[in-house]
Design a protein around this ligand. Structure first.
Ligand code: DCP
Ligand code: MG
Length: 389
């Protein structure tokens, strides 16, 4: 149910003069799409991710239906654990091509309602609506929900607020199929009781430091002297304090820039076999490089990630002095970086990531790595999502 509030135009907090911002986040996205494809699964626990192999599978859960969440299953959990929690769940493989196609259609719908639009992930986008009437903005949110449900048979949750921070936090308050509206003069009331870690950027570590300073809620943070936070956290202390006051000046704008492209794999069995590790690095380097070329980018930084059998995870990076599209360079640097970790302990997962990207100019990326500077953002996004997986 929507929380309907009169949105006051008076007494605006600084940084809240951007119109009304909506954050739309699809509910259980991959699993909901699977239920549309297999309607007989409606109401059942559905898990999308790696093959559980009767409990011996090695990958992770991508997402699961809300019914599966009742068993304690969630995104990122080892699939073997999900299997133990609910062996009767329906386990389905990831069909990225389908999810991207659905995402593309949904983003088109969302963009059609927006004054400005910013896609933030495969199932999430900010929309700025230019209306002076708060009831109009609420109606827009309801129309968005109706249109997505009618056209795709999917539900979403929407947070509405005077800026991106508030909209984002609000979108998570009621899920699935929620609509949460926060008026500018209700921001303190809305944020104050929440734990400080609800603020994007405050993770476990920062949360622990804040706790040691006696700060647990957003209200504690807001009431804390900003200078104290700056002494402890530097510039981030200011920003943190602003956010706790509900102030977020960041604008809704489409970001076409791909930050990084990567691939990772989990071994069937933890391994310390250098032959297998180096062969896998070759395969990963090829796959990562192919994605880079398809998206029309050059890289300057190569990173490798290693997860050991005890889940201890390490990364190492190396940058070169010039943007390159050379696949051999990716292989050589990756092998060099990973050599530090071979022979230490058994490895569960390895990954390669290319970052510090530049668009390739025509010709400079070479015949085999043609530039596709005019490709639509969707191709570039493909690589990001594959990396997330
Ligand atoms: N995803 C993934 N691995 C993760 C997290 C997410 O593959 N660790 C994928 C699957 C999700 C999609 O991204 O369906 C969107 O992520 P969300 O965090 O929005 O999760 P859901 O949409 O599945 O659920 P919610 O209803 O909580 O938004
Ligand atoms: Mg979602």
């Amino acid at each position: 149910m929507a929380k309907r509030c009169a949105i006051s135009r008076r007494n605006k907090t600084p940084g809240m003069d951007q119109g009304t911002i909506l954050l739309v986040d699809m509910d259980g996205f991959f699993s909901s799409i699977e239920v549309v494809r297999h309607p007989e699964l409606a109401g059942l626990p559905v898990v999308v991710g790696a093959d559980p192999k009767g409990g011996a599978g090695r990958g992770v859960v991508s997402t699961c239906s809300y019914e599966a969440r009742e068993y304690g299953i969630h995104s990122g959990m080892p699939i073997s654990r999900a299997y133990r929690l609910c062996p009767d769940a329906r386990f389905l493989p990831v069909d990225m091509a389908l999810y991207q196609a659905v995402s593309g259609r949904i983003m088109k719908i969302l963009a059609s309602y927006a004054d400005t639009f910013q896609r933030v992930s495969i199932d999430e986008a900010f929309i700025r609506v230019k209306t002076d009437d708060p009831e109009d903005a609420i109606e827009t949110a309801q129309d968005i929900k109706k249109e997505i449900l009618a056209k795709e048979r999917l539900t979403c949750s929407i947070g509405m607020g005077p800026n991106k921070l508030v909209a984002k936090i609000a979108s998570d308050v009621r899920k699935p199929d929620g609509l949460t509206v926060v008026a500018p003069d209700e921001v303190y009331e809305f944020l104050d009781p929440m734990p400080a870690k609800k603020i994007p950027g405050i993770g476990k570590k920062t949360g622990q430091v804040l706790k040691s300073m006696g700060i647990e809620t957003i209200r504690d943070l807001r009431e804390c002297d900003a200078r104290k936070l700056v002494l402890r956290f530097g510039k981030w202390g200011y920003r943190m304090h602003d956010l706790a006051c509900g102030i977020d000046r960041s604008e809704v704008k489409e970001d076409h820039t791909v930050k990084s492209i990567g691939r990772e794999l989990t071994f069937e069995e933890d391994t310390s076999d250098p032959g297998l590790i180096y062969d896998s690095i070759d395969a990963l380097a090829d796959a990562t490089h192919r994605a880079l070329s398809n998206a029309g980018y050059l890289f300057r930084t190569v990173s490798v990630k290693v997860r050991f059998e005890d889940f201890d995870t390490r990364t190492r990076s190396r940058s070169i002095g010039f943007p390159s599209s050379d696949p051999e360079l990716v292989k050589n640097i990756s092998k060099n970086l990973i050599s530090e970790f071979t022979g230490v302990a058994k490895i569960r997962l390895i990954g390669i990531r290319l970052s510090n990207l530049r668009m390739a100019d025509n010709g400079s990326s070479g015949a085999t790595h043609r530039c596709h500077a005019s490709r639509a953002g969707i191709t570039r996004q493909t690589s990001i999502y594959e990396f997330i997986l």
